[in-house]
Ligand binder design. Structure first.
Ligand code: URA
Length: 259
C-alpha cells in the first residue's frame, strides 16, 4: 500500500479539526496523574513579576524576496537547479517526489515554458513526458524541431518545478514565489524566442490571462519575442483547437527560418 502523501495527510488533519477534534488521542486512555514524574509538566518556579509589554516581533520572511535573492545568486543553470532544490518556502515541494527542472538543450534558440509537472513528470523528474508531452514532441517534430534535435533544438521547462497536488492549478502566491526562478532560468538559458504554453505561463510571464485570445499573437517578455500557444493537454481535450496550434507552429517555424 502506498504511504499517505503529504497533502492528503494535511487535508485529513484539517478535516478532523473542522469536525471539532482538539487533541490527538491514542487507542487506550492515558491517565496523566500516573505518568512518571519526568513526563509530567515541570512545576513552575515562582517568577519575578514582569510588566506586560509587546512581544518581540518574529522575523518575518518574505518568500518572494527570498526567491529573488536565491535565483539572482545563481550564475549558471546547475546553480539555479541547486537553489531550487534548497528553496523551502513553497509547500508544493513537500508533496512532490522530484524537482522537475528542465529537459532538452540549454542554449537552444527556442525555450518552451509550460505550467507544472503532472504525475508522470513528478515520477521521472523531467518535464513533458506524459501524454501531453508526447503530443508536444509530435508537434515539434512536425516543424522539424525537438528536444534532441540537432538542427532545431528546444529547451523545455515549467513555471512550477513541483507537481501541485491532484494537478490543481497553482495559486497566485505559488506563481509569484516561483516567478523569480523562471525569470532567472530564462536569462541563464538565453534562448532567442520563448513559447509559453497555456494560461499559467502566460499569466506568470506576460501578466495576462485568456490564452484563447493571446495565442498566435507575438509579444515580448523578459526582453525576448514570445509566442503564446495552447497547452498540449488542452489540445488533447479539444482536438478541434489543433488547427490553431498548427498555425502557431508554422509561425514559429517561419520565425526560426527568418532568424
Ligand atoms: N504539463 C505541463 O505544463 N508541464 C509538464 O511538464 C507536463 C504537463
Amino acid at each position: 500500500m502506498e504511504s499517505l502523501e503529504y497533502h492528503s495527510a494535511l487535508a485529513l488533519l484539517d478535516w478532523q479539526i473542522e469536525l471539532g477534534a482538539t487533541e490527538a488521542i491514542s487507542d487506550a486512555p492515558v491517565d496523566c496523574y500516573t505518568l512518571p514524574e519526568k513526563l509530567q509538566a515541570p512545576q513552575k518556579a515562582a517568577e519575578p513579576a514582569v510588566l506586560p509589554g509587546p512581544a518581540p516581533a518574529a522575523a518575518k520572511v518574505d518568500p518572494v524576496a527570498e526567491a529573488r535573492v536565491q535565483a539572482e545568486a545563481a550564475q549558471d543553470l546547475q546553480e539555479l537547479r541547486e537553489a531550487l532544490a534548497q528553496f523551502e518556502h513553497c509547500a508544493l515541494k513537500r508533496g512532490a517526489r522530484n524537482l522537475v527542472f528542465a529537459d532538452g538543450q540549454p542554449g537552444a534558440p527556442v525555450m518552451i515554458v509550460g505550467e507544472a509537472p503532472g504525475r508522470d513528470e513528478d515520477r521521472e523528474g523531467r518535464p513533458f513526458v506524459g501524454r501531453a508531452g508526447q503530443l508536444l514532441d509530435r508537434m515539434l517534430a512536425a516543424i522539424d524541431a525537438g528536444r534532441d534535435h540537432t538542427r532545431n533544438p528546444v529547451y523545455i521547462t515549467n513555471v512550477l518545478p513541483w507537481r501541485p497536488p491532484q494537478n490543481r492549478d497553482p495559486s497566485p502566491d505559488e506563481i509569484a514565489m516561483m516567478r523569480p526562478f523562471i525569470e532567472r532560468h530564462i536569462a541563464l538559458a538565453a534562448p532567442r524566442v520563448l513559447v509559453v504554453m497555456g494560461n499559467i505561463p502566460a499569466h506568470a510571464l506576460l501578466g495576462k490571462k485568456g490564452i484563447t485570445r493571446l495565442r498566435g499573437q507575438w509579444t515580448e517578455a523578459c526582453g525576448l519575442p514570445v509566442l503564446p500557444m495552447f497547452h498540449p493537454a488542452y489540445l488533447l481535450r479539444n482536438p478541434a483547437a489543433k488547427r490553431e496550434a498548427w498555425a502557431d507552429l508554422l509561425s514559429l517555424q517561419a520565425w526560426l527560418a527568418d532568424g
